[in-house]
Design a protein around this ligand. Structure first.
Ligand SMILES: [Fe+2]
Length: 237
């Protein structure tokens, strides 16, 4: 994370009071919006990289029904991964959510287009040492739909929902066996583009990079079209 992105401001937990407010909100709602986690200059740099990026259709096999476009690796993706794998950010997320020790953030840039069957079904993301989910909006324009919803696993009651249309804003959300989440379909004319993934207890950042490099080598060029597996428990849609 850069200094600009993590610089304490009245909107960020530079004070005990703000931290406590965010802790209470996350405890109550199971999610929290972090405004301007990435500042405008950084967002612009990353969006420019995404504009030149290549997207491939991707289906997460661990989720009942879903489809999205996923950006293949490039400088913008590398920058995001590096920015989010920051000890100061890990500490803030741990303090807000009271989760265990975070050692890495793993994510992907995805895009969902209206009217193209891009959506995901209820699931919980549990597995692979995931502690807390996070999505950062990188869309150039405001989109409609694409809302994060959380529901109680037992009662199926929706317990929270949040949109995230400000460029550079992030939403973190709880991963728990008692909760499920999904992203609603995007409607209107505008696509949604986001960097989304999980803070994980294992592995550490360098080991994650080595694992990803190894997987890339083994895929030997077929990585763009293969289906990726999410090892979270399968949940009916
Ligand atoms: Fe998820």
């Amino acid at each position: 994370m850069t200094e600009t992105a993590l610089k304490p401001t009245p909107e960020r937990p530079g004070s005990a009071e703000k931290l406590e407010e965010w802790q209470v909100e996350f405890a109550r709602r199971h999610y929290l919006r972090l405004p301007a986690l990435l500042d405008a200059e950084l967002v612009d740099f990353i969006q420019t990289g995404i504009d030149r990026g290549e997207f491939r259709e991707r289906v997460h096999e661990g989720i009942a029904s879903n489809k999205e476009l996923c950006m293949t690796g490039n400088a913008a993706f590398g920058a995001l991964l590096f920015l989010m794998n920051d000890e100061k950010l890990f500490q803030i997320i741990q303090d807000i959510t009271q989760c265990g020790r975070i050692r890495c953030f793993e994510g992907r840039v995805y895009r969902v287009n209206p009217g193209q069957g891009h959506y995901d079904s209820w699931h919980n993301d549990i597995g692979d040492y995931r502690l807390v989910g996070m999505s950062i909006n990188l869309s150039r324009e405001a989109y409609s739909g694409g809302v994060l919803q959380l529901r109680d696993h037992e009662t199926r009651e929706i317990v929270g929902q949040v949109d995230n249309v400000g460029a550079g804003d992030a939403v973190i959300f709880r991963i728990s066996s008692r909760l499920q989440h999904r992203i609603t379909e995007v409607d209107g004319q505008t696509s949604k583009t986001a960097f989304a993934g999980w803070f994980r207890a294992q592995p550490n950042f360098l080991s994650m990079l080595r694992d990803q490099a190894e997987r890339g080598r083994n895929a030997s060029g077929s990585i763009r079209t293969r289906r990726y597996r999410l090892s979270g428990r399968r949940i009916e849609g």
